[in-house]
Design a protein around this ligand. Structure first.
Ligand SMILES: *Cc1c(COP(=O)(O)O)cnc(C)c1O
Length: 394
């Protein structure tokens, strides 16, 4: 942790947790499936510059990002042998930079395909592209009526293009309510793959799976998986976790617990700013969302929604003070929150407050929180401000 950065909170990242999560995910993969670690959203808020070397030291050789901007950040810290894949936004002109730097990228519309060919010719370097196809999510991806032309353009330009992959993304593999939609997507993908191979265009890798798909629909693993949330130690949904636990015997005769195989990489800490007592009946904070039901001791913590602590955690969130889980009360303010420390003995200014993390057996996860909604894991993590000082612990 840098000593000379003033900040109201700090983040530490666990190297051993990254190693454990990578090991767990790899164990779940069929042989020869390549693991690509997803680093979008500033590595789910953990910090790209820290997570790249952590993933590399855990044996990850392929990294996925959303944009050229993120790819540039990864380039500054990655090993020369680590591959990068851009899954989302880049200006057509930015394909030049990607090609020059050997970076793989998604192509899901003609403009980018043409630009890639143009710059590949100019540079005399092959563009490493992944064709993304529409299978039912209706976000990005070539629709069926474009495929014939795409196949033709790629085949005509194989001197300038390497077809690294054929890919798609599922619209909600983390919930059984989407089962039929996902199955349809798998079918559509297979048909499209067949169309490519029948036209003698063989993509180097088929890839479709995110965390939830890789866990719940093993056939989606194909040649490569793009795993985000699991590698940071979170489950894409409660359902995915329970499915995993049941497949390991949980709920059967005599099996009452399945060890949680993932470890949270992040912990986020701050300090108590001040403590005061409040008489019974007083409203606390803005407005009337919290009234003291008895005489209370409350504390303020200098982390609010401007620092990534979601306002939706007003009267909902939990934090740890002196080994106890305590409640966030009243509304989360821009720069601070108020917590209920009535049950904490000897609590005072400067005491540590754990916003995400654990001490001993007491844990707060983003999702104690996410018991509210696991989607909040993705959102809250990726909104953690870039300028909170971060450091790596063993
Ligand atoms: C975010 C993303 C992933 C990873 O999703 P997780 O649920 O975090 O594993 C994979 N593929 C694409 C295209 C994505 O946008």
């Amino acid at each position: 942790m840098s000593e000379n950065i003033f900040s109201t909170s700090s983040i530490s990242l666990s190297k051993s947790a990254v190693r454990q999560n990578v090991r767990f995910v790899k164990k779940k993969l069929a042989d020869n499936v390549l693991l690509s670690a997803v680093l979008k959203g500033n590595a789910y808020g953990h910090g790209i510059e820290f997570m790249v070397p952590l993933f590399e030291s855990a044996g990850v050789r392929h990294l996925s990002v959303f944009s050229t901007q993120e790819a540039q950040q990864v380039c500054q810290v990655k090993k020369p042998t680590t591959d990068i894949m851009i899954m989302g936004w880049m200006e057509d002109e930015e394909t030049e930079w990607a090609i020059k730097n050997g970076i793989e990228f998604y192509v899901f519309e003609m403009g980018r395909l043409k630009a890639a060919i143009h710059f590949a010719k100019l540079l005399n370097i092959k563009a490493r592209i992944h064709i993304e196809v529409e299978t039912g999510m209706n976000r990005t991806g070539f629709e069926e009526n474009y495929l014939e032309e795409v196949i033709k353009v790629v085949k005509d330009n194989l001197d300038h293009i390497t077809l690294e992959g054929l890919c798609t993304h599922y619209a909600g593999a983390e919930s059984i309510t989407n089962y039929l939609r996902v199955m349809d997507q798998i079918d559509t993908y297979k048909k499209i793959y067949k169309q490519f191979t029948e036209n003698e265009l063989i993509p180097k890798r088929k890839h479709t799976a995110c965390s939830a798909a890789a866990m719940s629909y093993p056939e989606t693993q194909m040649d490569m998986v793009r795993i985000g949330i699991l590698l940071y130690g979170f489950w894409p949904s409660q359902e995915t976790l329970i499915a995993y636990q049941r497949s390991n015997g949980y709920g059967q005769e005599g099996v009452r617990k399945v060890r949680h195989p993932l470890k949270r990489v992040i912990s986020w800490r701050s300090k108590i700013m001040s403590v005061k007592e409040v008489p019974v009946g007083e409203f606390i904070g803005y407005g009337t969302s919290y009234q003291a039901p008895k005489k209370m001791k409350i504390a303020t913590v200098p982390v609010g929604y401007a620092y990534g602590f979601a306002r939706s955690l007003s009267n909902q969130g939990r934090v740890i003070v002196n080994g106890k889980r305590v409640a966030v009360i009243s509304t989360v303010n821009m720069n601070l929150m108020i917590i209920n420390v009535t049950e904490c003995k000897n609590v005072g200014k400067g005491d540590e407050v754990i916003l995400i993390g654990s001490t001993g057996k007491v844990k707060v996860t983003v999702a104690s929180f996410g018991e509210l909604s696991n989607q909040l894991n993705y959102e809250l993590l990726s909104r953690l401000p870039i300028d909170i000082p971060r450091g790596v612990v063993i």
